[in-house]
Design a protein around this ligand. Structure first.
Ligand code: NAD
Length: 473
């Protein structure tokens, strides 16, 4: 099929590349000339493992090109995806300005030559698909009324569930595809588009074998509103799961239990499942916070009090602050201390810093008068460019980070941090304090390497023999 994808961010670029890999002919459109220029040169505008390789294969298979103008591409297309950003406004509502501009531009670009599907892939508040239809029509104002009546299109909501860092695997081997629409023609075209994914009838790309046992991907057809709710409900549930693990971990610290053991124990329950139960410094990223806030906003608009959602945001904010508390417990005074952050990106394998816990932690430390150094294998340059207000000293190596530091904090669990020479790092520091915000290291190994170690939810202490201590006499 002939497909246009509007927006070449984390979602649009991956969607376009994967659809072309599956054999569709794809044009990606963005108003950001810099991003389009990079893509035209064969460079990915974002750090995402395997994306460069898939873009090359996409060009050879279905074919993919990148433009700043929508008109020609939309006219040639059967399906036009909208995958622009919907960042949060200060009120928590989603900012729909980009979506509105994109949908109007689609309306202005359509002609009468064929029936088209306008697919909304951006995460949008419940009811936005109706809005997209209205906006596409509004975009046709310049078209003569007679022609306008003959322009045929339908709208689908097709929420995206990819995770940055494993976006290509998530797109080619998804758990499910959700298509919201009440229009049989739209549903039929979406089924045709996704048939290679549903049937898994494509060669696995090099380096990304098809997961064992994966035969068919469920394609769930829902109402427009149902599809929009599924996206929010899924993300909100994941924040609750992580928040729950963090809250239990905090209790483990007090009662003397090891949270990783506790999570393994509850995760084996098939009703619970092991994923998203890793205690840490809290979740971040471009989606969770904004989606929970937007869902809360919708709930309030309809007079619903969503207490769990409110708590989820509060618990996560508090969890980020536990890093500061742990540093205070170890160092007492933070003013004038040098704290080294291991990792800046909100999670490993991405350069995305949106709502990253590291930013919050760095800001708090700087406010408290500490010096902040940071090392991130990928996201340091982006952090310096996007957050000039944070006076962070960026280090080129982990050794430079440790040099003369009073404490190290593991904020992002990059794979390369797992194999650090802890003893060598401890020797370079003023005081070898390690706040392991991702439970990357075994407390025993870190302690043996010379660190004063504290993890998350690791309350196990050496038991005091019952016979020791003074007997009551
Ligand atoms: N990033 C994720 O992991 C993820 C996962 C699932 C869903 N989503 C949702 O997908 C949507 C896109 O997210 P993202 O992370 O890719 O955003 P992004 O900010 O990385 O990319 C958005 C792109 O849209 C472009 N754009 C804005 N207005 C435009 C217009 N009128 N015409 C053409 N291009 C325009 C921007 O220049 C930018 O390149 C959001 O609604 C987000 O909530 C994101």
């Amino acid at each position: 099929m002939r497909v246009t994808v509007i927006g070449t961010g984390y979602v649009g670029t991956v969607t376009g590349a994967c659809l072309a890999y599956l054999g569709h002919r794809v044009t990606c459109v963005d108003t950001d000339q810099g991003k389009i220029a990079r893509l035209q040169r064969g460079e990915s505008p974002i750090y995402e493992p395997l994306l460069d390789e898939i873009l090359k294969l996409a060009a050879q298979r279905g074919g993919i090109d990148f433009r700043t103008e929508l008109e020609g591409a939309a006219v040639e297309s059967d399906i036009v995806f909208i995958a622009v950003g919907t960042p949060p406004l200060p009120s928590g509502e989603a900012n729909l300005a980009y979506l509105e501009a994109a949908a109007r531009a689609v309306g202005a670009a359509l002609d009468t030559s064929r029936f088209r599907v306008v697919v909304n892939k951006s995460t949008v508040p419940v009811g936005s698909a109706n809005l997209v239809e209205t906006l596409v029509r509004e975009g046709m104002v310049e078209v003569p009324a007679e022609e306008r009546r003959r322009i045929r299109f339908g709208v689908a909501s097709n929420p995206e569930f990819l995770r940055e860092g494993s976006a290509i695997a998530d797109s080619l081997y998804p758990d499910r595809i959700v298509v919201g629409s009440a229009d049989p023609r739209v549903i039929e075209m979406m089924r045709e588009l996704y048939a290679p994914l549903v049937e898994q009838k494509f060669d696995a790309p090099p380096g990304l074998p098809r997961p064992a046992g994966m035969e068919r991907v469920p394609l769930l057809v829902t109402s427009l509103t149902g599809a929009e709710m599924i996206k929010y409900a899924a993300n909100a549930f994941l924040t609750l799961k992580i928040g729950y693990a963090n809250e239990i971990a905090n209790i483990c610290e007090r009662v003397g239990a090891e949270a990783t053991e506790v999570m393994a124990g509850i995760g084996l329950d098939s009703r619970i499942g092991a994923k998203f139960l890793n205690p840490g410094v809290g979740w971040g990223g471009s989606c969770f916070g904004k989606d929970v806030s937007a869902l809360l906003h919708t709930a309030h608009e309809y007079g619903c009090q969503a207490r769990l959602l409110e708590a989820s945001l509060e618990v996560n904010q508090a969890q980020r602050n536990t890093v500061i508390q742990k540093l205070q417990e170890k160092l007492f005074i933070l003013k004038g201390r040098t704290i080294g952050l291991l990792g800046l990106a909100f999670k490993p394998d991405t350069d995305d810093l949106r709502d990253a816990p590291a930013l919050h932690i760095a800001e708090r430390l700087l406010q408290m008068g500490a010096r902040v150094k940071a090392y991130d294998p990928v996201a340091a340059e982006a952090c310096a460019a996007q957050h000039p207000e944070l006076r962070i000293r960026y280090c080129g190596t982990v050794e430079e980070l440790a040099e003369d530091a009073d404490a190290l904090v593991v904020v992002t669990e990059w794979a390369e941090f797992r194999d650090l020479d802890l003893a060598g790092l401890a020797k370079r520091m003023v005081s070898p304090v390690l706040v392991d915000g991702r439970n990357l290291y075994s407390p025993e190994a870190a302690t043996a390497a010379g660190f004063d170690y504290v993890g998350v939810g690791r309350g196990v202490r050496q038991p005091v023999p019952a016979s020791s201590g003074r007997s009551r006499g």
